[in-house]
Design a protein. Structure first.
Lengths: 249, 356
């Protein structure tokens, strides 16, 4: 008999639940990467997650650990409240671009600037998926959305917000990396970044954030392959991948 | 049995009394943003919470403050925020979420004149906001209205207990006068945050148990209505059990003066003074503004010929009094607005006018 070894299974950090996400959406992958990192670091029984308002509002239907909701944009303030009274728990927010870079700009800037020892997973798909594909702060110039039907117009709508670049200059930020999930290699890089962001918190190194460029085929009006191409050829050019800051060494 | 209060008397402002009460109730996290006339409270907490090794955060905004309080409450810790009128408007988002997630928290409103930026003088113009919603959705908040520094302290302790008991936000509604006036206060016993309460719903990390989720989102058909019914059952229970008021000489009164908080202090002086002249006047002071002491007020005002409502607003509690009394022809109103404080003589005059 050949030796049989199980090398791939559902992480303990995930529940057994059918997905509500659209085909080709990056959230499912990123949820799984969070769960894998949680498993590998052995923190499932001490982690507390904060779900945003947006497509990932139902994150608690997928993760198999404690999760709370928060008002739109407020996860970093909620995380601050939890972490300050339970410093031994691992606390993270999972936020979209509308949540983190529009309505919750003040909360993320100040949580980062206070150097809260929390982890932020920032999923940037360039649109408001939950509400029907409106223009996000991160929407690219010329990108068509429900509220920029002729494309984002520089004069009317301003520039795409590079919130990670803004945050990287703050002294309170210890680790900030931008990754993507459109190719297997990028998925692996994202996993490493998420794991590092959690590890930093475990080691009390301070505020860590991973921005993940993600696909939204439904509201970018593209096929799954077209969305992958969009991230590769357009989004990652405006939002370059890589480590924006690492002050943990 | 342990004595509930020390014999020693301390001189402190109403704002400080609220703060000391929170510390003694085992508050584990306080978050606040500067706004007059409640600044003494935030400053006091920055000192006392730090001394006690507990969490104090000066937040970037009122929204963040109430969200930090939301977080501490999620984690099962007693928690409080405070502000004054314009700041409380900003906190309404968080208050609605606390109600929707069934989370206990104490919110202090040291009221000032409005609307808008208004002024920084004492006012009672946030009665509607405090008792009729304020934030979105079908929810209620217990509202306690102290009228002295001692009550500011005692009611703050009660607020933490009530918030935990019913898993909901509770408001202590004071004003710039009560907050900044110094009075002697006896201190209650000190409680530790850890012993405050064991909360079987709190998020602590899913160690040796199933994960817990805290949410106010109910998307399945009928699910949200079911949750709303559950909230309403709790509110009905509170209406039955938690009504508080003070009635002074109301049973045989010809005229009953109804006032709460600062206005009741001035009304009390008028009532006491005029009773010396053998006038049959009573004072009715709601302590819980929600649940409003509707039934008892209805009963007490049945025999009275007149009811005079005195407020530092255009007549907000007046609406609840009218509902309770059920006979508008009996009711008179005297109010001062925009930070105006009625003088005793003004109330004397209104009382005598009613008795003519």
């Amino acid at each position: 008999m050949p030796k049989v070894e199980k090398i791939f299974s559902k992480p303990k950090g995930l529940q057994d639940a059918p997905t509500h996400y659209c085909s080709g959406c990056g959230h499912g992958t990123i949820h799984r990467l969070v769960a894998e990192a949680v498993d590998e670091l052995g923190i499932r029984e001490r982690i507390i997650g904060i779900a945003p308002v947006g497509c990932a509002v139902l994150a608690y239907d997928y993760w198999n650990f404690d999760v709370t909701e928060a008002a739109h944009g407020r996860p970093p303030a909620v995380a601050t409240g939890i972490k300050r009274v339970r410093p031994d728990n691992i606390v993270f927010t999972y936020q979209g671009d509308g949540d983190l870079a529009a309505i919750g700009t003040a909360e993320i800037v100040h949580a980062a600037n206070r150097g809260e020892n929390i982890t932020v997973i920032f999923v940037n798909n360039g649109t408001y998926g939950m509400t029907g594909g409106q223009m996000a702060p991160t929407t690219l110039i010329g990108q068509k959305t429900a509220t920029s039907i002729l494309g984002r117009d520089l004069v009317r709508d301003g520039y795409p917000l590079k919130i990670s670049e803004m945050l990287a200059v703050l002294d309170g930020v210890k680790y900030l990396e931008r990754t993507a999930v459109h190719t297997p290699a990028d998925v692996l890089k994202t996993k490493r970044a998420i794991k590092k962001a959690f590890k930093n918190q475990i080691e009390k190194k301070g505020f860590s954030m991973v921005e993940v460029l993600s696909m939204c085929p439904t509201y970018t009006g593209r096929s799954i392959n077209g969305s992958i191409k969009w991230i590769k050829e357009r989004v990652s050019k405006d939002y370059p991948l890589g480590v924006l800051k690492d002050a943990t060494k | 049995m342990k004595k509930q209060k020390s014999k020693k008397v301390h001189l402190m402002t109403g704002n400080e009394a609220v703060g000391e009460a929170a510390v003694r109730a085992g508050c584990g996290l306080y978050a606040g943003y500067p706004i007059t006339p409640q600044n003494e409270l935030t400053a006091f907490m920055s000192k006392r919470m730090t001394e006690k090794g507990r969490a104090f955060i000066q937040s970037e905004s009122e929204l963040a403050a109430i969200s930090m309080v939301f977080g501490a409450s999620v984690a099962g810790v007693r928690t409080m925020t405070s502000s004054s009128s314009p700041g409380i408007s900003l906190k309404q988002e968080g208050i609605s979420y606390l109600a929707g997630c069934k989370l206990p928290a104490v919110i202090v409103n040291v009221m000032r004149g409005g609307p808008g930026l208004g002024n920084i003088a004492p006012s009672q113009a946030d009665y509607f906001q405090a008792t009729k919603g304020g934030g979105h959705g079908d929810y209620r908040m217990i509202v306690l209205a102290p009228s002295s520094a001692q009550e500011s302290m005692d009611f703050t302790i009660s607020s933490f207990d009530l918030a935990d008991k019913y898993r909901m936000p509770v408001m202590v509604l004071t004003d710039g006068m009560l907050g900044q006036m110094m009075e002697p206060v006896r201190l209650p016993v000190m409680q530790q945050p850890s012993s405050a309460n064991q909360k079987p719903w709190a998020l602590t990390g899913a160690k040796g148990r199933n994960p817990r989720f805290i949410k106010s989102l109910f998307l399945k058909p009928g699910e949200l209505e079911g949750f709303n019914k559950l909230l309403q059952r709790t509110y009905k229970e509170i209406e039955k059990k938690e009504v508080r008021y003070e009635a002074l000489g109301c049973s045989r009164a010809e005229l009953i003066v109804v006032a709460y908080g600062s206005a009741s202090r001035i009304a009390r002086a008028s009532v006491k003074d005029l009773r010396k002249n053998k006038k049959h006047i009573g004072l009715f002071r709601p302590i819980t503004l929600w649940p409003f002491p509707e039934k008892v007020l209805k009963r007490l005002t049945k025999k009275a010929k007149k009811v005079l409502v005195v407020e530092m607003s255009s007549g907000q509690m007046l609406e609840d009094v009218r509902l309770a009394v059920g006979d508008d022809s009996k009711i008179s109103f005297y109010g001062r607005m925009g930070g105006g404080i009625p003088a005793k003589e003004e109330i004397d005059k209104e009382i005598l006018k009613c008795l003519r």
